[in-house]
Design a protein around this ligand. Structure first.
Ligand code: XIL
Length: 371
């Protein structure tokens, strides 16, 4: 079973997986040539969509990958570097180097930047364990203060809270368990939003959630919980400007894109923007053959995007990486080490940075929104 379908891997295992390196992997490229391809960011912009992708350090090590970002993105998102355990791996010891590098890249290349997962119960370092609640609260406040004041004005938006819900853990209200929830209950969410807003007055503030876009039981459970949270935050006057739907589309799960479209529109009706924040297509159960698989992945992108982009509140699309070689799904496969010879192909560009059918599917979906 895969980690997302409820197997034995925890999110912590996933984080450890990030240490794996993509270097040395080569997969024969598909027929497409990248030369002359219109930038996805330009195509999306014509539809009123800010398009981007995640980078941490992969772009520094691989100039071909950096080129892909130059050409196709307008927004750069930190994949891991703004997570708590990456920023403060030991108490009081901060590592800002990767975030600084991403922001320098964005500035030098005229891209906007967005910070992902500032507060996430699934990403907390071991040193937090066993601390009393009061201390956890102080650490939480001090961390937000330090990080947001350093970068105020440089990120156009902060994902203040990632993945508030995970009802299978059995916590009251279906909230995701972790140090912040254990110490503060659900109040850690408005606390994070208010704190970020008080320091960075111009950035847009986002809460991001997993699984809602699917009909899997996790998605069905998360949908009303997440909508309820957004409503309460707005009713209470908490600063919140947008919600993010991760959109890791899992091929073995079932989807009703039109039902999700209607759900997304409800957030728009409350004045919130909607971001598709971590888009990719997990191809684990799709046929072995690359060409067949790539077409099915493309189809999934197109159906999903065409449905959801019909909602005017949708303002951003961000893929979780641009080229298969650097997809987190590769690391996940290695962690499981089952069928590791088969490499995930979840993104619009392949290992050689060539366009795949998913690129065309995305372009078509953006173009359809203009019509
Ligand atoms: C993932 C990163 O891509 C990996 O490099 C890391 O090992 C684990 O985290 N949902 C999220 C993201 O909100 O932060 C996760 O990112 C992917 C799932």
């Amino acid at each position: 079973m895969s980690a997302v379908t409820g197997g034995t891997l925890s999110r912590r295992d996933m984080l450890r997986g990030s240490a794996a390196s993509g270097a040395g992997l080569l997969w024969p490229g598909v027929a497409h040539s990248e030369g002359g391809a219109a930038g996805l960011g330009d195509i999306a912009a014509k539809a009123g969509i800010l398009f981007g992708s995640t980078m941490d350090k992969a772009n520094e090590a691989d100039p071909a990958y950096a080129k892909l970002f130059d050409r196709h993105t307008k927004l750069i998102v930190t994949e891991n570097a703004t997570k708590f355990s990456f920023l403060q791996p030991h108490q009081g010891v901060y590592d800002f180097s990767v975030v600084d590098g991403v922001l320098d890249y964005a500035k030098a290349h005229g891209k906007k930047a967005h910070a992902a997962a500032l507060i996430w119960n699934d990403d907390a370092p071991n040193w937090l364990k066993g601390r009393p609640g009061r201390e956890i609260e102080r650490i939480f406040d001090a961390h937000i203060e330090r990080v947001v004041s350093r970068y105020a004005g440089r990120f156009i938006s902060w994902e203040a809270v990632n993945e508030p819900f995970f009802p299978v853990q059995g916590k009251p209200g279906g909230y995701r368990d972790g140090p912040w929830f254990a110490a503060m209950g659900p109040s850690y969410i408005p606390r994070a939003l208010r704190r970020v807003a008080s320091i960075d007055k111009s950035a847009r503030l986002v809460v991001n959630e997993a699984f809602c876009e699917s009909n899997h039981e996790w998605g069905r459970a998360n949908r009303p919980l997440f909508k309820g949270l957004a409503d309460r935050l707005l009713d209470d006057g908490v600063p919140l400007h947008a919600v993010g739907f991760q959109s890791h589309l899992i091929s073995s799960w079932s989807y009703d894109d039109h039902a999700f479209q209607a759900y997304v529109a409800e957030f728009g009706a409350r004045g919130l923007d909607v971001y598709l924040s971590e888009l990719d297509v997990n191809d684990e159960v799709l046929p072995e053959d690359n060409a067949v698989r790539d077409k099915m992945v493309a189809r999934r992108y197109q159906d999903y995007l065409t449905a959801v982009l019909a909602v005017p509140a949708v303002k951003r699309v961000v893929t979780w990486g641009l080229a298969d070689r650097y997809s987190w799904w590769r690391y996940m496969t290695w962690e499981k080490s089952t069928n590791a010879a088969r490499l995930a192909r979840p993104l619009p560009f392949d290992d050689d940075m060539k366009r795949k059918p998913a690129y065309d599917a995305m372009a078509r979906a953006f173009e359809a929104r203009r019509a």
